[in-house]
Design a protein around this ligand. Structure first.
Ligand SMILES: CC(C)(COP(=O)([O-])OP(=O)([O-])OC[C@H]1O[C@@H](n2cnc3c(N)ncnc32)[C@H](O)[C@@H]1OP(=O)([O-])[O-])[C@@H](O)C(=O)NCCC(=O)NCCSC(=O)C[C@@](C)(O)CC(=O)[O-]
Length: 302
């Protein structure tokens, strides 16, 4: 079994990581986090989301954050856009990529974006079209691909059904997400294989929450399939407002440590990444969730 030589990590900390924070996080701190992630070598950063501020107040400063970030050549900045209103607000802020987000579960679709799966696809179709016309890549995120907080188990058939719907409207990339972290390696591989039936390896990614401590095993299971793009969140920030009890995304530091150990190139400097995580953890007033970050920070103090 040959693992990929290089892996691309998309740090979703500024968006997925912070969206659920109850305390206000200043726009300048969000922008500083983006800078520190770039210092660490991240080339793909999910910066914010253009969703309703009534639904997700923490992302209400989306336009200000996009204006405040320091943009560097070779880095891609993505934002979430659930509908035309979101895209129309996002376009003037000049993202490189937009993300439309559907769910493999009807109940989660209703809770998260207030519509059925079929209605979400109808909403996304003009968003994809307009984003393409503006020269932007469109990433799709597929929530609850391994399990749903409201419906329980989700089958690979359910995953493939929505993958196909997204493919039909022209979504360029399929991010398969384990929103509540219940996936285990074989289940994850079964879901990923369905995405890989319709998208090339380079356009399938994994997005794992570490609620049940399975995220690194699941990433390894994806590497076995050749998948080489993963979302992760610095310091292990995060949680979805519509998935109670779901903890953060897998920590970027933990993924980099795993990949370094496997000899897989990421272009990321782990020490600088720990600095980025330490910064945002201090802003939030709690230690990083990342085990690797905690170990390395303790070692620095020794
Ligand atoms: C999708 C909507 C907007 C539908 O919300 P809705 O209430 O059905 O929308 P509506 O079209 O009926 O509009 C209602 C009001 O919202 C406004 N509105 C409408 N659209 C927007 C917009 N884009 N930006 C700002 N405002 C908007 C609109 O203008 C109107 O304002 P009012 O007239 O009442 O003052 C809503 O349900 C929403 O914002 N949901 C938030 C969902 C969200 O952000 N969830 C977290 C991100 S997904 C995630 O974390 C999962 C992921 C991707 O990480 C992968 C994983 O792990 O699963």
């Amino acid at each position: 079994m040959k693992l990929p030589h290089t892996v691309t990590l998309v740090d979703v900390g500024p968006r997925d990581g912070l969206q659920n924070e109850k305390q206000p996080v200043a726009t300048e701190h969000k922008a500083r986090l983006v800078s520190l992630l770039q210092d660490a070598g991240l080339k793909e950063i999910e910066v914010t989301s253009f969703v309703s501020p009534k639904w997700v107040p923490q992302m209400g400063d989306n336009t200000a954050v996009m204006a405040a970030i320091e943009r560097r050549a070779g880095v891609r900045y993505s934002v979430l856009t659930p509908n035309m209103k979101g895209l129309e607000s996002a376009l003037p802020t000049k993202p490189d990529e937009i993300v439309v987000f559907a769910a493999a579960s009807e109940a989660f679709s209703q809770k998260n974006i207030n519509c059925s799966i079929a209605e979400s696809i109808e909403r996304f179709a003009p968003v994809v079209e307009m984003a393409h016309a503006a020269g932007l890549k469109v990433r799709g995120a597929l929530s609850c691909a391994m399990g749903c907080p409201y419906e329980g188990d989700i089958s690979a058939d359910q995953v493939e059904r929505v993958v196909l719907l997204m493919k039909d409207i022209g979504v360029d990339h399929m991010g398969v997400a384990d929103t509540i972290g219940v996936g285990t390696p074989r289940k994850v591989q079964a879901a990923m294989e369905r995405a890989l039936k319709h998208y090339p390896l380079a356009e399938v990614s994994g997005h794992f929450h570490d609620t049940y401590g399975q995220a690194l095993s699941n990433i390894y299971a994806c590497l076995e399939l050749g998948i080489h793009t993963f979302d992760a969140s610095v310091a292990g920030l995060g949680g979805c407002p519509y998935a109670k009890g779901a903890t953060g995304n897998v920590a970027t530091e933990d993924v980099v440590f795993l990949l370094n150990g496997l000899g897989i190139e990421t272009g990321i400097d782990l020490d600088k990444l720990v600095d980025a995580g330490a910064f945002i953890s201090e802003v939030l007033g709690r230690p990083p969730v990342s085990r690797v970050a905690r170990a390395l920070l303790a070692k620095r103090q020794a």
